[in-house]
Design a protein around this ligand. Structure first.
Ligand SMILES: Nc1ncnc2c1ncn2[C@@H]1O[C@H](COP(=O)(O)OP(=O)(O)OP(=O)(O)O)[C@@H](O)[C@H]1O
Ligand SMILES: [Mg+2]
Length: 294
């Protein structure tokens, strides 16, 4: 099972690029696609879901070109778009039944699968309520269920944790880990902690370009020795931010504890700290932006 993306670009208008010469090869596992707003995550996912076409480059799924022959991938695809909408007057059972029919599942198998999925996403007791009255998190769970109807080998979920409360986030992460195995799962987000727990590898995308595709521990190792903690008076915070890359702050009784990413100590009083994935991500994104600007 392999999804191969080679030199893919998407140019929306003369000067707006969604993706630029993007290449990656994906095997079974959970790939965390991290990038700031406008980085190109949804652009990539729409291309992989065969909703939009690249302007350049090729994508193949187990050797078949998905632009020229999208049908074989579509049968094996589950996709939760970022702007997933539901029909407010339908119940989860009706909605999922409708999607199952559109995907060509036969009715008895679809009914069984819908029952399983409603249990999996914890919506069994709401199965006959109308979607219009559902919270954002409940709708998102319906979205996950529809993406899983055909037991996809390629599952693409675009910012699935947006709008979920902390408890639901955790549940969702567990659900994704349970689902992984013999499938390629691509999960996009700009929240590092969402992928930290579940991703087997992480791809960072900035301004349409791939900045890193590594194991989480390799990404972490990239900032080792460059993360510092330094307590500064709160009145100095603005100045510190303008001089250094600050990845976090914590107010304390003796001032503000700043986490700073810098090749050397920002101050003789600063202490070296263990890097987090958040530090590594911030460092990659800032580095890529600087390179893009110069
Ligand atoms: N349909 C479109 N027409 C024109 N430009 C677009 C279109 N869709 C996206 N873009 C542009 O392409 C770039 C990448 O957008 P994309 O939506 O892929 O980013 P993203 O990483 O998903 O961002 P977010 O985190 O905000 O969802 C942005 O500059 C965006 O403005
Ligand atoms: Mg997006």
């Amino acid at each position: 099972m392999n999804l191969l993306i080679e030199h893919v670009s998407k140019r929306y208008t003369a000067d707006v690029w969604g993706l630029r010469d993007f290449s990656i090869s994906l095997a079974p596992g959970v790939i965390g696609l991290l990038g700031p707003n406008g980085a190109g995550k949804s652009t990539l996912m729409r291309i992989l879901a065969t909703i939009s076409k690249p302007t350049e480059g090729t994508v193949t799924w187990d050797g078949t070109d998905i632009v020229r022959s999208p049908d074989s991938l579509r049968r094996e695809l589950g996709y939760l778009p970022q702007d997933f909408g539901v029909y407010p007057n339908l119940t989860p059972v009706e909605f999922l039944g409708y999607i199952a029919a559109a995907k060509g599942l036969d009715a008895p198998a679809a009914r069984r699968r819908i029952d399983e999925l409603l249990l999996l996403v914890n919506l069994d007791s709401e199965r006959t309520q109308r979607l219009g009255g559902f919270s954002g998190g409940m709708r998102q769970r319906v979205g996950i269920a529809q993406a899983l109807l055909n037991d996809p080998r390629l599952l693409i979920v675009d910012e699935p944790t947006a709008g979920l409360d902390p408890e639901e986030r955790v549940r969702f992460r567990n659900l994704l880990s349970d689902l992984s195995g013999e499938r390629v799962v691509i999960l996009s987000t700009h929240i590092v902690s969402d992928v930290e727990a579940v991703a087997t590898d992480i791809a960072v995308i900035v301004r349409g370009r791939m900045v890193a595709h590594e194991l989480p521990e390799t990404i972490l190792a990239g900032v080792r020795g460059r993360v510092w903690e330094w307590v500064v008076p709160s009145s100095d915070l603005v100045a510190v931010r303008s001089r250094f890359l600050v990845s976090g702050t914590l107010r304390r009784s003796d001032g503000v504890l700043c986490r700073i990413i810098s090749t050397g100590p920002p101050d003789p009083g600063a202490q070296s700290a263990d890097p987090s994935l958040e530090d590594a991500y911030l460092s990659l994104v800032t580095g890529a932006r600087k390179e893009g600007a110069s």
